[in-house]
Design a protein around this ligand. Structure first.
Ligand code: ATP
Ligand code: MG
Length: 362
């Protein structure tokens, strides 16, 4: 059995630094490592509709944004299949069967769904589709027989739910589905990158994002107004690193060579941290450095995006081709699932013969 990747993003907005460090950057590295037999990258429009049912235009407009972000980060359609979830209806059928293997109370225990329900003020009226999206994610992962799901920490409960469904399915219907593993970022701070406001997670829905496609000036403004240590008022005051978003981002993005290039007064991040903690280093200086670090990472991505933006129909063509490939793959898994569940009546010659014999006797 080969190594297969399935992962994706909801087209609810452009992609941001959280997506980049949590999953996107890793995908590109894995893609280029040549170690994976197949890579499927899904734009999860059907899932996005579970909490945006009244705003299909938003989802529709953001498909291209996510696709452009993918291509500009280096996902290569020659190596990875980029596709749109709703164009693969087999996924919906799988989810319908998996629903029988999951209890309501199990779904209610999912911590990510719990916090998302709170965030969206869904407490009083949760759409059923939203409530069951972890099951739909199990279909996405298993349809492609994925062994590996590169994602941020918030996806751990989803992959755990998928693993339970796989286990249950295989024990009830026989060995059919592939057991997946989540692949978390190696760098601890990248598992759940906070927003520029210091809130727990950078998230499109919270409006605390630096987008991969932000223009330099826009990004500079966001960096300069970032949350730091609220008690670090005067430059000479000792500053706190923990929970200080600027330092969290430096942990995520700064590389040894950035110091020689942009801030030769310091040899490495530890020296900067030490000075900040001791007192005498102002937020503005650290933020200016962070801006340069981010710009070094984002400038080439932005430039590639501008190239792809010149030919939007070609990007749709890439997605269309990807959808056809993805659909064939999911259809083949669905065939196995139907056979395992014994709902392949017309293909089952033995069943028909046996019943014919029984009735002939009678
Ligand atoms: P939404 O608010 O619409 O849910 P989102 O910003 O949470 O959007 P998703 O599309 O739900 O983004 O997430 C896509 C992928 O990006 C997932 O693998 C998720 O773990 C990862 N991801 C999203 N935000 C972050 C973050 N702040 N830090 C690390 N990984 C993240
Ligand atoms: Mg999310």
């Amino acid at each position: 059995m080969g190594k297969i990747i399935l992962t994706g993003d909801r087209p609810t907005g452009k992609l941001h630094l959280g997506h980049y460090v949590g999953s996107l950057k890793r995908r590109v590295e894995l893609q280029n490592s040549g170690e994976y037999d197949k890579i499927f990258i899904m734009i999860a429009d059907a899932q996005a509709l579970t909490d945006n049912a009244d705003n299909p235009e938003k989802i529709r407009q953001n498909i291209i944004e996510v696709a452009l972000d993918y291509l500009s980060c280096g996902l290569d359609p020659q190596k990875s299949t980029l596709f749109i979830q709703s164009m693969v209806p087999e996924l919906t059928e799988l989810a319908f069967y998996y629903m029988n293997l999951v209890t309501v109370s199990r779904l209610q225990r999912n911590p990510t769904v719990k916090s998302e329900i709170q965030m969206r003020n869904f407490e009083a009226s949760i759409p059923v589709g939203f409530f069951t999206y972890p099951i739909s994610q199990a279909s996405d992962i298993t349809a492609f027989r994925a062994t590996t799901v590169p994602a941020g920490e918030d996806q751990m409960p989803m992959v755990e739910q998928t693993r339970e469904i796989v286990h249950k399915f295989n024990s009830v219907y026989g060995e059919t589905l592939t057991m997946p593993d989540i692949l978390l970022p190696e760098n601890q701070v990248c598992m759940r990158l906070p927003g520029t406001d210091g809130k727990a997670k950078m998230s499109k829905s919270l409006g605390n994002c630096i987008y991969l496609s932000d223009e330099p000036e826009e990004m500079r403004k966001k960096v300069m107004s970032m949350y730091t240590d609220p008690n670090h008022i005067r430059v000479q005051d000792p500053g706190c690193i923990e929970g200080n978003t600027v330092f969290t981002y430096l942990d995520a993005f700064s590389k040894p060579e950035h110091f020689a290039e942009f801030w030769p007064e310091y040899a490495n991040l530890d020296e900067v941290k030490e000075h900040y903690q001791r007192g005498g280093l102002g937020d503005v200086k650290v933020k200016k450095f962070l801006y340069k670090v981010l710009e070094a990472e984002l400038a080439p991505i932005r430039a590639r995006r501008k190239e792809f933006e010149k030919d939007i129909p070609a990007v749709y063509e890439i997605l269309k081709k990807g959808c056809a490939v993805a659909r064939a793959e999911a259809a083949s898994t669905l065939e196995d699932v139907r056979a395992a569940m014994k709902i392949n009546y017309f293909d089952d010659a033995a069943l028909i013969a046996e019943q014919a014999k029984r009735y002939a006797k009678g």
